[in-house]
Design a protein around this ligand. Structure first.
Ligand code: OXD
Ligand code: MN
Length: 589
């Protein structure tokens, strides 16, 4: 008897008509074979194998370099269930429209069957998915980003309990590019793009959009969050999950190296993009990292901003849309040292530092195995996950949002996450640097109605006996000359130390209208080029600015409609009242 997987693969093959079907086992030999074929086809270039063993460069179609949110759909039976935060098509219409494109799309190509596990192989929280793709580049990247191959088939057995993902490069035309999710069927169809966020279906499509839908049904959380552990000199380790929008430094924060001034501290990486969090028997929240690799932004990455990732990506990695030096090493803006005198840019054209264009695309990426990262936590594959004591919500905001502040309680924390906004980045197509609301950094990734998502967060809080403390952070405050007020990177540990102090009830704070703020004396700034005045500015509450922000919150909640829980409106009204009264926080805080 064929298994449900075999039946589905057969059905998709009949429809897309590949010349060949290859079942991926995830082995080294298979990886080498696929690599060889891509080198021969000219879709991969070997990097300098001495300096970068087993590393390759891929150049994408120049119109296919980032997530395309306007071409991404959530296709629920009821439009309202997808919510105003998602583009929607009726499932029947989406299947007709995309079906016409998938019909025969794999002719002349091989269909790769890539079974994968999201999460540690033996975790009860892990899930199996299978991606069918006609892109060998996707297949080899999936091997880095997930536990792909035999282990997944073993876990699946003859079961039908897997997320189905069908992907084809199609003709790569943005006119015929669609990323469609059918959460009710746990099905993803993606055509017309080879870009990671659109084409590695395990990542944003499964681990966030489909998983968030499933998580709501099953009572857990699938979030766009890094997870790290901070070990203090005493040996105590505290785990923190932190949501930031794309390209806001999650990878750098997750593997931060304490500066020399922070002696005895150690940061352990559990994940750098996605966290799945479940309520444990002890009433705490536990997080696993569903992924096995990092798909990081290259520009700006160097041995000051992220020495750990630099030590990770120098072997067994795939670089996409970076530049190539004459030594066949990768180059991107903001890499260590001075730029090469000449290079080949991300589009394969000659480049010099005098060129008016960037050498690497601003959203050029590396795909690299997590296990190679020197700071991977010994707990990163713990099937139970790690207990989360604090959740941070952080955006890229030049103004208003203080460096750090703490919510009064879970509901207020959900409100802080819900009202998060951030300046847009190159990770998605469209204008860069525009402030947009991005609740919990999930606007592009929540697979259902944002109002229901807020309600789900509130419900999870009710079930937690020991909920994590919730904080807002902002490393990106600027002065009016456009200079950052806070040094960021490794120095962010100083902020995380305050967070830990609050979690364990070891530091006091000032109660303000917006939340608990650090007393300037409780943030260690010794040795930093941050004056007491700058620190005061970083921790100030700008009443007029916040009253304006409250108006923006009203527009945000109104835009999401009736499903926004009353509690969110109450929090907004209460914030306004506190600001107007100049009052302290409620006494229960
Ligand atoms: C990513 C993203 O690639 O958020 O992680 O765009
Ligand atoms: Mn991301």
């Amino acid at each position: 008897m064929p298994t449900p997987l075999e039946l589905w693969v057969d059905e998709c093959a009949k429809f897309t008509k590949p010349d060949k079907v290859h079942w991926c086992d995830g082995s080294d030999a298979e990886n080498q074979q696929l690599t060889k074929e891509m080198l021969r086809a000219g879709t991969l270039y070997a990097l300098n194998q001495q300096a970068y063993p087993n590393c390759y460069l891929h150049r994408s179609d120049p119109t296919d370099v980032a997530r395309t949110e306007h071409l991404t759909f959530v296709c629920t039976k009821q439009k309202e269930d997808a919510g105003p935060n998602n583009n929607w098509m009726e499932p029947k219409d989406a299947k007709a429209k995309l079906g016409a494109l998938f019909n025969g799309a794999m002719r002349g190509r091989t269909m790769y069957v890539a079974p994968y596990i999201l999460g540690p192989v033996n975790s009860p929280y892990s899930k199996v998915g299978v991606e069918l793709t006609d892109s060998p580049y996707v297949a080899v990247n999936m091997r880095i980003m997930t536990r792909m191959g035999k282990a997944a088939l073993n876990r699946l057995g003859g079961s039908n309990d897997f997320v189905k993902g069908l992907h084809s490069l199609g003709d790569l035309s943005p006119e015929r590019r669609y990323i469609a999710h059918f959460p009710e069927e746990e099905l993803i169809w993606s055509i017309g793009s080879g870009y990671g966020g659109n084409a590695l279906l395990a990542k944003k499509c499964h681990a966030l959009r489909i998983a968030s839908w499933k998580a709501r049904k099953e009572g857990w959380l699938a979030e766009h969050m890094l997870v790290l552990g901070i070990e203090e000199p005493s040996g105590r380790t505290t785990y923190i999950a932190a949501a930031f929008p794309s390209a806001c430094g999650k990878t750098n924060l997750a593997m931060l190296i304490p500066p020399a001034s922070q002696k005895g501290y150690k940061v352990w990486t559990v994940g750098e993009d996605i966290a799945w969090m479940h309520i444990g028997d002890d009433g705490r929240l536990y997080a696993i990292n569903p992924e096995a690799g990092f798909f990081g932004v290259a520009p700006g990455t160097n041995s000051r901003t992220n020495p750990n990732v630099m030590a990770t990506l120098n072997r067994n990695s795939i670089f996409t849309n970076v530049a190539l030096t004459h030594n066949k090493t990768p180059y991107w803006e903001g890499m260590d040292g001075s730029p090469p005198h000449e290079a080949i840019d991300w589009q394969g054209k000659p480049w010099t530092p005098h060129s008016l264009t960037k050498a690497a695309h601003p959203n050029s990426r590396f795909t690299t195995p997590a296990r190679q990262c020197p700071t991977m936590s010994p707990e990163w594959e713990n099937p139970k996950g790690v207990p989360i004591s604090a959740i941070l919500f952080g955006g890229r905001r030049a103004n208003l949002i203080p460096l750090v502040y703490q919510a009064f309680n879970w509901q207020h924390g959900v409100f802080l996450g819900a009202t998060m906004a951030s300046e847009t980045t190159a990770a998605a197509t469209g204008a860069v640097g525009v402030v947009r609301n991005d609740p919990m950094a999930m606007l592009p990734f929540c697979g259902y109605h944002m109002g229901d998502y807020f309600a789900h967060w509130l419900n999870v809080g009710k079930k937690l006996k020991h909920p994590p403390e919730i904080f807002r952070v902002n490393w990106f405050r600027m002065d009016n000359q456009g200079k950052y007020l806070w040094p960021g990177f490794g120095e962010n540990l100083r902020v995380l130390r305050w967070v830990i102090g609050r979690v364990h009830g070891e530091v006091t704070a000032d109660q303000t209208a917006i939340g608990h703020l650090p007393k300037p004396s409780s943030l260690d700034i010794t040795g930093l080029d941050v004056s007491p005045d700058t620190l005061r500015e970083l921790l100030a509450v700008d009443k007029a600015g916040w009253l304006k922000a409250v108006e923006g919150q009203k527009a945000l909640f109104t835009g999401f409609g009736d499903r926004v829980p009353k509690a969110m409106w109450q929090e907004s009204l209460a914030l306004k009242a506190r600001l107007e009264a100049g009052a302290k926080a409620p006494s229960h805080a």
